[in-house]
Structures are given as structure tokens and as C-alpha cells.
Write a protein that binds this ligand. Structure first.
Ligand code: GDP
Ligand code: IMO
Ligand code: MG
Length: 435
């Protein structure tokens, strides 16, 4: 087994892109299996900052194959514009090193418009989405009226699919007194992009099957985070895909096992609305925001900030079958006198050791904290575990104890090389020995 899955253990932006980039040095292929360009994965190489939305984080390394699986909601315009912006920076992205599943449902202008219409209708109850059309595209996929990448090559099929799609969207648009959309308009929109996108289309499931048989090393790059999962997250304040590790199989066609690594921030952030038990709407939250530079990668919104929540991360580990954790952004805590970890919740005289599903209870949970002395030392850019402050090690050990699985790597700086190995990856399956 040479497959690794990277998933976010909080509400996204845990530093997955940086970690996938780090591990991909020794991999052959990186695969996205859900989400779309709502993701924003930052990688810093030699002071150049790359923000990837749809492209897997291997595109920055030469000789790697990048794959977009069928589980991704594909905005063809966004993909082409991302490819072009990287070409300008000297990256060679072509159909030999980028492959996109022919089954991907396409995000079109109707989806972005529908998302905006419904977010506006919801007034004070907005989800706070990224406005990329992700939710409406997945709705159409499940409603069996999506246009898929493979439909672009067949004019008859495309015509029929467009009729079905527009029957639905125009009924809603009429109901909201919004302008109806003509088929010719949609056809023009699609024709404009079809030629550019068709060369990348491939039977990804089959290619992955071959890669597995050839013993290639494959990394599956999760987007978003566990508590944005449509089934397991803080519903309805979630994204519209499954973000946990089991989605790898449906979202790519992989049929073999994979070793799951979870990425968590040393504190917690969330962008958009919804419950957040350890949120700090005070000086602590402001400091985490400022020091951690917590501005959303996609929407440039302020990320809400709070203490590390061990209850959440433990639940995420259980949901994805995570075997190893990577803890990021420890340097952001360098200047804090006291640092807290949430170890449980209190609600209505009861103690919870998990996040209950009800939104109204989630909003009312009172976190129970353990407090730790800070290390008050600069760790940004540190690469050696021996040089880390004692209090930082104690903090990491306590997190490890509370979560119940090993933390193999930590990171204390945004750059590609800012990674500290705490333990070697040595497992019975020997998957990670070579990483
Ligand atoms: P992703 O969506 O999980 O890939 O994470 P994002 O890229 O959206 O957000 C993580 C942010 O933290 C990015 O700006 C990274 O450059 C930055 N980052 C990642 N790891 C570290 C770290 O260890 N320390 C600091 N200070 N920044 C980090
Ligand atoms: P990465 O991969 C953080 C959030 C949005 C909103 C909710 C639904 O960079 O970690 P959507 O547009 O998906 O329908 O929005 O999900 N969200 C993210 N938050 N990181 C992400 O991705 C996110 N992708 C979506 O802010 O609250
Ligand atoms: Mg992000």
C-alpha cells in the first residue's frame, strides 16, 4: 500500500496544502477527490506564495502527475485560469501531467447565480459560502441533471442535458422573478471553454487502478475539513461534499486501502458562519488572527480564531480512521503567556466528550479547558526537534495524549522547509518509511 490520504481535522485551512507539498517530494501523483475551487491551499516556496484552488498541490514539483477525481465539482473557467496563471510563473501544466476525471460535474454560471440568490434570500441565516457555485453544482449532480465533463464532446447529449438542467433552473429563476436563461446562452458559455478543457479529460479511476498496480506512490489531497463535511460537520454550516477520508474511494475510484494522515492547526479557526465552541472573541482571538495572518485564502474574509479543541480533533480522527497527525502553526503561539486546550464540553448539567449533532446544542456548549504555560520563545523557522522549547513539547505531548494517536510532524513556519520531524514514520505497512 503506497497510498496516503491527507485530511483536515478542523474547519479547513489547517495547512493541508503545505503538508501535501512537503510529502509530495517523494510521491508520484497527487489526487483531489472532493470540493472544488472553494479550497485555497497555500504553499510558500523560496518566498514565492502560491495559492492553489483546484489544482493538486503537486503541480509545483516537476515530474509529478496531478489528478482531479470525479468527486470534485469542476469550474472549467477557474481551472483554465489557474493553469494559465501558473504557466506565467514557469510551470508546465499539460495533459500529460494533469488529468481530470471525465465524470466531474461542471460548475456553470447558473450555479454561482443560484448560490447568490439563495444566500441573499436567507438574510441573517446565511451559511457564508465562498460563492463559487459548489453547493448548487453538487445539488445538480445528486439531482441527476448536471452537465459532466464527458458531455462536452457530444453535441446531442449536451443538448439533452441542457434541456433538463434549464427546466429546473428556469423554474426556480422564474419563481424568484429572476431572468430566465436561454439554451443558446448556455451553449455559448460551454463552447467557449470546451476546447480548452477536453484535452485533460481521462478515465481517472482506470489510471489510478494502473498506478496502484505499478506500485506508484499516491497522495490524496483533502479539501475543507472534517467539520465542514456534509454528513459529519456542523450542519447546515458545512460545505456540500464529504470531506472525510472515506470519500477518497467514491471521489476518485480508488479501490485499495490508504494510510490516513490528519492535519490540525495548533489552535482553531473557522471562516464563514456556524457554531465554534472554543472561539475567542477577545484579545486572544485578535492575537491569533494577527500573528497567524488568518485571512481566508479564497474569500479574503477574516477567519474566526480560538483555542485548540481536542474533542473535535479526536472526533475527526475517529471519523477518518486517522493514524498520524501533523500539527501546524505552532509558531503562532510563541508569544502567548498561557495556552488553553478544550478537553470536553458542558451543556445543561451534562458533560460531552464529543460534538453533539444538534446545531442549537452546539451553539450553547461551554468548553472545559486545561491551561498550559506558554514557551515565550521564537520558534518560527526551527527545524530541529532538540531545539524546541520544553513547554512546546509538553503542549504537543498533551495534545497527542488527548487525541490518542502519534504526532509525527509539526510545522512552525509557512515555508516549504519549515517542518520538524518528531517521530519517524515507521508502520507495519511501511507506507511512510519512504516519505
Ligand atoms: P489549507 O487550506 O489547509 O491548505 O490551508 P491554507 O493555505 O488555507 O491556510 C494555512 C495558512 O497558514 C497559509 O497561509 C500557510 O502559508 C500558513 N501556514 C502553514 N503552516 C504554517 C506554520 O506552521 N506556521 C505559520 N506561521 N504559517 C503556516
Ligand atoms: P480549504 O481546502 C475553510 C467554508 C465556507 C463556508 C462553508 C460552505 O482551503 O481548507 P462552500 O462555498 O463550500 O459552499 O461554503 O465552507 N469553506 C471553507 N473554509 N477552508 C476551506 O477550504 C473551505 N471551503 C469551504 O467558508 O463556511
Ligand atoms: Mg485553505
Amino acid at each position: 500500500m503506497n497510498n496516503i490520504v491527507i485530511v483536515g481535522l478542523q474547519w479547513g485551512d489547517e495547512g493541508k496544502g503545505k503538508i501535501v507539498d512537503y510529502l509530495s517530494e517523494n510521491a508520484d501523483t497527487v489526487v483531489r477527490f472532493q470540493g472544488g475551487n472553494n479550497a485555497g491551499h497555500t504553499i510558500v516556496v523560496d518566498d514565492e506564495v502560491y495559492k492553489l484552488n483546484l489544482l493538486p498541490s503537486a503541480v509545483l514539483r516537476t515530474g509529478k502527475i496531478s489528478i482531479i477525481g470525479n468527486g470534485v465539482a469542476l469550474d472549467p473557467y477557474a481551472l483554465i485560469s489557474e493553469i494559465e496563471s501558473l504557466r506565467v510563473k514557469g510551470m508546465d501544466i499539460n495533459p500529460n501531467n494533469l488529468m481530470v476525471s471525465e465524470s466531474c460535474p461542471l460548475i456553470l454560471s447558473v450555479h454561482k447565480e443560484k448560490e447568490k440568490l439563495f444566500e441573499d434570500l436567507n438574510g441573517n441565516h446565511k451559511i457564508g459560502t465562498t460563492n463559487k457555485g459548489i453547493g448548487p453544482c453538487y445539488e445538480d449532480k445528486v439531482g441527476r441533471r448536471a452537465i459532466r465533463l464527458c458531455d462536452l464532446e457530444n453535441a446531442d447529449e449536451l443538448n439533452k442535458r441542457l434541456d433538463t438542467l434549464l427546466n429546473y433552473h428556469n423554474a426556480i429563476r422564474k419563481g424568484l422573478s429572476y431572468r430566465v436563461i436561454k439554451k443558446e446562452e448556455m451553449l455559448r458559455e460551454i463552447e467557449e471553454i470546451a476546447e480548452k478543457i477536453i484535452p485533460y479529460r481521462k478515465p481517472v479511476w482506470k489510471i489510478l487502478d494502473d498506478f496502484v498496480k505499478e506500485g506508484k506512490k499516491i497522495i490524496f489531497e483533502g479539501a475543507q475539513g472534517t467539520f465542514l463535511d456534509i454528513d459529519h460537520g456542523t450542519y447546515p454550516f458545512v460545505t456540500s461534499s464529504n470531506t472525510i477520508a472515506s470519500q477518497v474511494m467514491t471521489g476518485s475510484g480508488l479501490s485499495s486501502n490508504a494510510y490516513v494522515i490528519g492535519v490540525a492547526k495548533a489552535y482553531t479557526t473557522r471562516v464563514g458562519n456556524g457554531p465554534f465552541p472554543t472561539e475567542q472573541r477577545n484579545e486572544v482571538g485578535n492575537s491569533l488572527f494577527t500573528i497567524g495572518k488568518e485571512l481566508g485564502t479564497v474569500s479574503n474574509r477574516k477567519r474566526r480564531c480560538g483555542w485548540f479543541d481536542a474533542v473535535l480533533v479526536r472526533q475527526a480522527v475517529q471519523l477518518s480512521g486517522v493514524s498520524s497527525i501533523i500539527l501546524t502553526k505552532l509558531d503562532v503561539l510563541d508569544s502567548f503567556d498561557k495556552i488553553k486546550i478544550c478537553t470536553g464540553y458542558q451543556y445543561s448539567g451534562k458533560i460531552y466528550d464529543y460534538l453533539p449533532a444538534s446545531r442549537s446544542i452546539q451553539e450553547e456548549l461551554e468548553p472545559i479547558y486545561e491551561e498550559f504555560p506558554g514557551w515565550k520563545e521564537n520558534t518560527q523557522g526551527e527545524k530541529l526537534a532538540e531545539k524546541l522549547p520544553v513547554n512546546l513539547i509538553k503542549y504537543v505531548k498533551r495534545v497527542e495524549e488527548l487525541i490518542g494517536i502519534p504526532i509525527h510532524l509539526i510545522s512552525a513556519g509557512p515555508k516549504r522547509e519549515d517542518v520538524i520531524k518528531l517521530k519517524d514514520f515507521k508502520f507495519s505497512e511501511s507506507v511512510l518509511v519512504s516519505y
